[in-house]
Design a binder for this molecule. Structure first.
Ligand code: CO
Length: 134
């Protein structure tokens, strides 16, 4: 049975990075580890570590990505929570057996080798859930 290890990150979709950082960085006092352009995801992402987890501020850089459409439709706010799992393949089999609706049928592999997949909010009580395995 696959096991969830920790919350890896919480992702917030933003339309104005400077304004968001004024809260998360300046007002809360979180330190930004990196502000990165991720062309593969058509996004700019600010990484703010918090005790082994991270807050990620994600700003779409095009208007046609899934994220950009999400922002246009729902506005800025919570986007997803990412849970780290020890065996993502096993977890996805478990979820399918329980009729949980998955967005990705099989895990995808990122450029850095990490495997990830998304679970549909319909099955989670309204929250988009990402799974990570390093
Ligand atoms: Co994520």
């Amino acid at each position: 049975m696959a096991k969830i290890k920790k919350i890896n990150h919480v992702a917030v979709v933003v339309d104005d990075m400077e304004k968001s950082l004024a809260f998360w960085q300046d007002a809360l006092g979180l330190e930004m580890a990196e502000l990165r352009d991720v062309p593969a995801e058509s996004a700019q992402i600010a990484f703010l570590p918090v005790s082994g987890s991270e807050v990620e501020l994600v700003r779409p850089t095009t208007t046609d990505s899934g994220l950009a459409k999400y922002l246009a439709k729902k506005g800025a706010g919570m986007h997803h929570i990412c849970l780290e799992v020890d065996n993502i393949d096993e977890m996805m089999v478990q979820l399918k057996e329980k009729n949980i609706r998955l967005i990705n049928d099989a895990p995808k592999t990122a450029a850095d080798g990490k495997k990830y997949a998304f679970i549909h909010p319909e099955s989670t009580g309204g929250v988009l859930v990402e799974l990570y395995q390093f």
